[in-house]
Design a protein around this ligand. Sequence first.
Ligand code: F6P
Length: 744
Amino acid sequence: MRIILRFGGIALLVAAIVILAVLPFATSFVEQWSRRDVELRSRLLFNSARDQVASLLQKNDATDLNALFDRITSDERVLAIGYCDVSGLRFPTKNMPASFSCEQAARSNTETFSTLLEENRNILVSAFPLRIGNGQMGHLVILHDLSYADRRGWEARNYLFLALTGVAFGAAALASIIATLVMRRWLASIRQAIESARTGTAGAPADDELIPIGQEIRDVLQELESSRRTIDAAHTDWNPETLRAALSNELSGSEVIVVSNREPYIHNKTEDGSIVLQIPASGLVAALEPVTRACGGTWIAHGSGTADRETVDVNNRVAVPPSHPSYTLRRVWLTEEEQDGYYYGAANEGLWPLCHIAFVRPVFRESDWRMYRAVNEKFADAVVAEAKREDPIVLVQDYHFALLPRMIRDRLPRATIVTFWHIPWPNAETFGICPWREEIIDGLLGSSILGFHTQAHCNHFLDAVDTYVESRIDRENDSVTFGGEETLIRPYPISIEWPPTALEGQKPVSECRRVVRERLGLPEDIRIGVGIERFDYTKGIVDRLQAIDTLLTENPEWKGRFTFIQVAAPTRSKLANYRLLQDEAEALAREINERHGSESYEPIKLLVRHHQPDQVFELFRAADLCIVSSLHDGMNLVAKEFVAARDDEEGVLILSAFAGASRELSEALIVNPYNGHAMAQAIDRALRMSQNEQRERMRLMRDQVRERNVYRWAGQMLLAASRLRKKQRIRRLIKAGRRAAANA
Ligand code: F6P
């Protein structure tokens, strides 16, 4: 309808311009023409009456002259007549305007015509030289009322106006009819395309000119339909094969680029000069590495290892995993100054405490932010350099790259950018203290899809957008339109691979227990608890140790019968808060061991070093319980790894209510890490829990982690990206169709 109105409107506008341009010319033409007509009449009158008037003037026969003049003025258009000589106006007829005098007539030796305005009407004064017998010279003046000429001009203008308006409406109607017919043909073609995509038939051939559009839309819709089927079929069984199949069905030929700060493989040099490979203690890496192995492509990350430069090619690339390469790791080098400002400063002293409610005050330094921006630019350069196509799928990871999506969008406008924020998003009020809040939101809204672990974090982000930038938020569809571009905001709870690689080659649970006990010098009948993470203040390590202190105080029967193994990988040790935490935890562990331990018994075994995934899994299998007591955590994959490691279906998980994982693993013993007494009770309960109850709980949690594994996480994001790409293609085709229809 809008298009039809637009067509009609344009036709009317053109017609209106023509009318406005033509009307004044038409009016003045008619007026000129009428005036020339009157002049001609005056001349005719004079020529026919000249001799008679001259003879009567010579005779000075006033009676006959008056009678003659009256006869002439009986023609309604002749207003008056008279004779001008040296004595002035003589023999004027009765309609001669009182104000008229011979001076007003332009007299000369030839005929003259002049116009006089009298009582709001135009009067044409024609003056004809007339010599009478005695040689005396005078002028016969004939006055015509020109009102009728004006009237004729107005009438002509009105008729012309009506005629042109009629033509304009006719043209508008014609244009609308043509537009309607073209639109109908075009819509019929699209409908036909949709119908044949729905029914799976080839459909009748579309209109010649519209075939390419109809065909393409049909193709895209068929792809969308099959993508829906892929999701339906694969929703219960996501694994590397289904992910690969979904990718090749839905995104075949697409290029996948992953960007994260932490690299999945770190090459480090040992003291003896040999090179060792380290898999970092990072939830992000644990989740994304198996996915990238399945998808192939390029992973761009900071090369932080001491032997990283020695192990790349001239383009800073290395094929990984080293044992059976399936994707390319592209390393980006950062100077110490860049790491200080971007990683330690803006990301880990600013955004990390801002987003985690752990009551550590964030530090916002402008110099850090400048470095953060510069490093994001550096990674944008790397993405553009690595992209082989203009429309890659770029998976941007985490709070280190809040500005990167916008930077990529500006340089690769057709890229599909899926950003995942691995940490919590605070409520709008808390986020509001960040001096870079608008820039962060703008940067993230460069994404096509922005993912968080939970719906609550999505809602917090939408509230922040609502509060701090001008945009259109669609709450029903959870999307934001900012600067004309739409970003979908979606919850994608991250997970781990299933079955986990680290489980391969693990000994039976009883054997793992024996090995761990022997390694740590623990007695045979000891009950074991574990906690494994980076030494981070958000993990609630101190609160957990205090809870064990409370347990041994309130339930002394566990002294000598329960040991807690805390593995803490040093992390971000350059920052004071992290060093303080480590000092505090080490001092507390010593204190508890002194208070409750003996020469042969240490309640706490604190192992401050990095453990490789298979060592972590061995510990999980050796334990009776695992404590995840995060003060705040986006998801926490340690909880899921513990569950995955327990193929014997035993062991108890004690899990913080403030970790995203608690939404999924509700069969864990859910605790408030700030409540030491309740946590101690939960440990006691876990140690007393029957095997049957352990199994029931563990089975349900294992089903959950198996089904909602990391292939599902990645698959859902990639399928959402694929649907988005197809929808964008349809939109582009529809736009092209509209243009074609407008030009038809
Ligand atoms: O929780 C967010 C996260 O990126 C994790 O995925 C990862 O474990 C950690 O933060 C990053 O740690 P690091 O600073 O050592 O890379």
